[in-house]
Design a protein around this ligand. Structure first.
Ligand SMILES: [Fe+2]
Ligand SMILES: [Fe+2]
Length: 302
């Protein structure tokens, strides 16, 4: 499907993994707040793990940070696995509402919020259901960490994204990384390939996440469509490979959308070399090149 696009540019700040609690790094968060407060943003996205152990004191600290971000621009936040008190309803036993009771009380009652501002539609998904059946794999070490989304969640997100005005930048947000980590070598989601196909079929421009604690900006091409991944690094002390913290900036105009990682150095975040750009001229399966034909010229990804 072709997509008319907004003529004015949009700019989003994507942060992730505050981990209020023991891994919290005030200098990183202060720098992120300074970046937020000095810039012009159409929206700010925070893709989960605002706490370390889903404790009241951690959520209280996170709430204060969210209030400052929310004073700058409309803010959308989704829960991460560290925000889910899985032990309150383990493996689907007990009242599942208790898993996010504190998150709802301190952060937001809506686990799958939608944010609509001029030129942008942002749809949140809750991939952190605790030890819910749809997140389980055969590996016990995954049980408190791996994320997942159900077919019902995917259907809701698809409908919400489809309701976006035609020219809007279309952004999906879920906590877990949708592509395999380069350093961790780990997928964030159970059934990752099927989920990638389902996400691509929704024709988003950008899919935001965190969780892997390694920044990632890349083009994903699936049979049903293509999109940019914006996986933001953590603002905590838990970066992988002794690399610096970073956050992502998403900028779009009528023709393209670009995701760039901004890297922490000298007390501030600066534009880094890692970035990916996608043409907004086509969406969905129309944007996917046909299989290579040896008699035809190679397709060019716009
Ligand atoms: Fe995290
Ligand atoms: Fe996480």
């Amino acid at each position: 499907m072709s997509a008319p696009v907004a003529s004015s540019g949009v700019r989003l700040l994507h942060l992730s993994d505050l981990h209020c609690g023991r891994p919290f790094v005030g200098a990183h968060v202060d720098a992120a707040l300074a970046l937020a407060e000095r810039g012009r943003w159409d929206a700010i996205i925070l893709s989960g793990d605002v706490s370390q152990r889903a404790r009241v004191a951690e959520f209280t600290a996170a709430r204060a940070i969210l209030d400052r971000l929310g004073a700058v621009a409309p803010l959308l936040v989704v829960p991460g696995n560290h925000d889910a008190a899985w032990w309150r309803a383990p493996f689907g036993l007990g009242d599942p509402a208790r898993v996010h009771e504190r998150y709802r009380a301190f952060i937001t009652p809506d686990l799958e919020p939608v944010l609509r501002v001029p030129g942008v539609t942002v749809v949140g998904m809750n991939s952190a259901g605790g030890t819910a059946p749809h997140t389980l794999t055969w590996y016990p070490r995954d049980w408190r960490v791996k994320g997942g989304v159900t077919a019902a969640q995917l259907a809701v997100a698809r409908a919400r994204l489809a309701a976006a005005p035609p020219g809007d930048l279309r952004v999906l947000v879920l906590h877990h990384n949708v592509v395999r980590g380069r350093l961790s070598r780990r997928w964030g989601l159970a059934r990752p390939e099927a989920t990638l196909d389902a996400l691509a079929a929704m024709a988003p421009d950008v899919v935001c996440g965190g969780h892997d604690h390694e920044e990632r900006t890349e083009l994903v091409v699936r049979p049903a469509g293509r999109f940019l991944v914006s996986c933001a690094n953590t603002l905590s002390s838990r970066m992988r490979g002794r690399r610096p913290s970073s956050c992502n900036v998403i900028e779009a105009d009528a023709g393209t959308v670009t995701v760039r990682a901004w890297v922490y150095n000298g007390g501030a975040f600066h534009p880094g070399p890692q970035a990916a750009t996608l043409s907004r001229a086509l969406r969905g399966a129309d944007a996917v090149p046909a299989p290579l034909n040896p008699c035809a010229p190679a397709p060019i990804l716009g």
